[in-house]
Design a protein. Structure first.
Length: 74
């Protein structure tokens, strides 16, 4: 019996989500049980873009008060 394989669309969806999140996909690893994982390329020690010193797009520093909440309709 041949080994299980992930579908092309599931791998494509995961890679698309990684790119949409602003990351660069790296190696795709298919495991013996047919599951798969996708490595994220780049420096894993790099601070995320939402670090406390990020600006909020209005020229001033973002802080916790600028974070969206459930009450904002998210």
């Amino acid at each position: 019996m041949p080994a299980a394989q992930p579908s092309r669309s599931s791998v494509s969806n995961v890679i698309g989500a990684i790119v949409a999140a602003g990351f660069q996909p790296g190696a795709v690893r298919v495991h013996p049980d047919g599951s798969f994982s996708v490595d994220v390329a780049g420096n894993s020690n790099e601070a995320p873009s939402g670090h406390p010193n990020a600006t909020n797009g209005h020229g001033n520093n973002a802080d916790a008060d600028d974070a969206p909440t459930w009450e904002d309709g998210l």
